[in-house]
Design a protein around this ligand. Structure first.
Ligand code: FAD
Ligand code: NAD
Length: 476
């Protein structure tokens, strides 16, 4: 309660996986909460144009791929027919169901939802632009949370026009299936959405300016995916950039600049740019509230996610990398607890990363690349999925599980997994790292058979030269 005897007021700007959990947790903690977002219901980029629509389509892509692969197992399907209108409808229904559910939770918690765009008038007041000419009363707050997310980066010359040159948002609208598609960027979005369009029938060419896909991820984890995509995509061009891009009536003329290019001039039906995202910190008049950003536009925050104005917090994509939904939510819970005076800080040891391709790639904690680059003493225990019974039954031996361990103590510092369902399996790795588990703990915990979860236990067994199915001792 404030001096005036009323509940302290919290204004949350943005209702994505950073904003709505901040609002919900603050309401649960007894604050008087207002949540502001331009959409009719909470969801943010993740639900409306990110995680959820992309994973809905990736599930369908996996089904299409699997139906082809089944021929090897003696089951032949007729060539599947994709009804694009129905597929788009299914994706939209998934989004509608989830965002409507969040709308109900807003009402159930008595959170006030204001539809519009907020900006700071001063350090304790917001103005909201409703977009319909109405001028709602300013919103006064004791605490605020900036959770305005991010948007696709549009480097000069690569800006999306929505039709021929798409970003992730227009690609997920699924207007049609391009006959040929150039994907610019071999990161999360390029690989996930490139996989969707390849499965739907597009001839996909991917250009990545770095020397490998998913720069930053361990190479042994990326290799099985790179091999698979070499078959699914028309071409993958590394060390390559788009030099010029010209939209014409019949397609997009592109000139590429790269290390090994026979023909730098190409024409594509469509282009998808996926070269990163930038924080949505402009247009908020943050300076009027004393909130400062760094040179890249991320709002500066401390360990409790307080900004340079201590009663204003920032969480999610706008508060820094990695730009992941679960990181946004975790920060939101920290900020709400800090507001309530609880001793909360955001200091995870293991933020999981999952690329939902086929195979999936997942990792958490210290990567082998980081350990090597930062000269952190470590040892690695690997278990190849070719030795996994479950992976064999699935016809998916193209996987790898590995533990990055502290020498002497055998403490699990990081976990990396490539393979079907790696995104689900990595949760065990997160728990192991956060709990300070040792390889021995993974080895002695019984894992159900036959499952791919056994590959983590067997990686630990490899460390002790005790794996039944893979005869290598990581210590040798
Ligand atoms: P957002 O979800 O971007 O939400 C911010 C909200 O604030 C938006 O609704 C925006 O309209 C609103 N807003 C902006 N300015 C204002 C204002 N002035 N006033 C009021 N409201 C405002 N992450 C994962 O962890 N897993 C995935 O599988 C995954 N897949 C992705 C796929 C794609 C194609 C994309 C683009 C992203 C994906 N991400 C994924 C990233 C994930 O979407 C983001 O990390 C996450 O949405 C960040 O949450 P947030 O709350 O910080 O911001
Ligand atoms: P990204 O940072 O993952 O990848 C961008 C890639 O583009 C990099 O590999 C970079 O080297 C390359 N690149 C940059 N400029 C280029 C150029 N001019 N020519 C060729 N290549 C170029 O960014 P993204 O794929 O746009 O995704 C943005 C963010 O959204 C991700 O970093 C992630 O945080 C989030 N996201 C997460 C998921 C998930 O969790 N599964 C899925 C999608 C998006």
């Amino acid at each position: 309660m404030t001096d005036a005897g009323r509940r302290p007021r919290v204004a949350v700007i943005g209702a994505g996986p950073g904003g709505y959990p901040a609002a919900f947790r603050a309401a649960d903690l007894g604050f008087d909460v207002t949540l502001i977002d331009p959409e009719a219901n909470p969801g943010g980029a993740c639900l409306y144009r990110g995680c959820i629509p992309s994973k809905t389509l990736l599930h369908v892509a996996a089904l299409l791929d699997e139906s082809e692969r089944a021929a090897d197992w003696g089951v032949r399907f007729q060539r599947p027919e994709v009804d694009l209108d129905a597929l788009r409808g299914w994706k939209d229904r998934v989004i509608a169901r989830m965002t409507a559910g969040l709308g109900q939770l807003v009402r159930a918690r008595n959170v006030r939802f204001v539809r519009g765009r907020a900006r700071f008038a001063d350090a304790h007041t917001l103005h909201v632009d409703t977009g319909d000419g109405a001028d709602p009363a300013p919103i006064a707050f004791d605490y605020a949370v900036v959770a305005t997310g991010s948007q696709p980066a549009a480097p000069p010359g690569l800006a999306a026009d929505g039709a021929r040159v798409m970003d992730s948002t227009s690609a997920l609208a699924l207007a049609d299936v391009p006959s040929s598609l150039l994907v610019v960027g071999g990161g999360y979005i390029g690989l996930e959405l490139g996989s969707v369009f390849a499965a739907l029938g597009s001839r996909v060419t991917l250009v990545e300016m770095a020397s490998g896909l998913l720069p930053g991820a361990d190479r042994d984890l990326v290799r099985p995916l790179a091999q698979r995509l070499a078959g699914a995509f028309e071409e993958i061009l590394l060390n390559t950039r788009v030099q010029t891009l010209r939209v014409e009536d019949d397609g997009v003329r592109v000139r590429l600049a790269g290390a090994r290019l026979d023909d730098p001039a190409r024409t594509f039906d469509r282009v998808l740019t996926a070269v990163g995202r930038r924080p949505t910190s402009d247009g908020l008049d943050l300076d009027k509230a004393g909130v400062e950003c760094d040179a890249r536009g991320f709002v500066q925050v401390d360990a409790q996610r307080r900004t340079t104005a201590p009663h204003i917090f920032a969480v999610g994509d706008v508060a820094g990398e990695p730009m992941l939904a679960h990181k946004a939510t975790h920060e939101a819970h920290t900020a709400a607890a800090a507001m309530a005076g609880q001793p909360a800080v955001y200091e995870p040891h293991a933020v999981p990363a999952v690329v939902f391709t086929d195979p999936e790639i997942a990792w958490c904690g210290l990567t082998e690349t980081q350990a090597r680059d930062q000269r952190i003493p470590h040892q690695v225990a690997r278990f190849p999925w070719a030795a996994s019974g479950r992976a064999t039954t699935l016809g998916r031996t193209d996987g790898l599980s590995k533990l990055v361990l502290e020498p002497r103590t055998d403490r699990v510092l990081g976990v990396g997994i490539t393979g079907a369902g790696a995104g689900e399996l990595i949760a065990e790795g997160v728990l192991a790292v956060e709990m300070g588990a040792r390889a021995e703990d993974l080895r002695l915990s019984m894992h159900p058979h036959p499952t791919t979860s056994e590959t983590l236990m067997e990686a630990a067994e490899v460390l002790y030269g005790a794996s039944a199915h893979f005869l290598t001792n990581a210590r040798r």
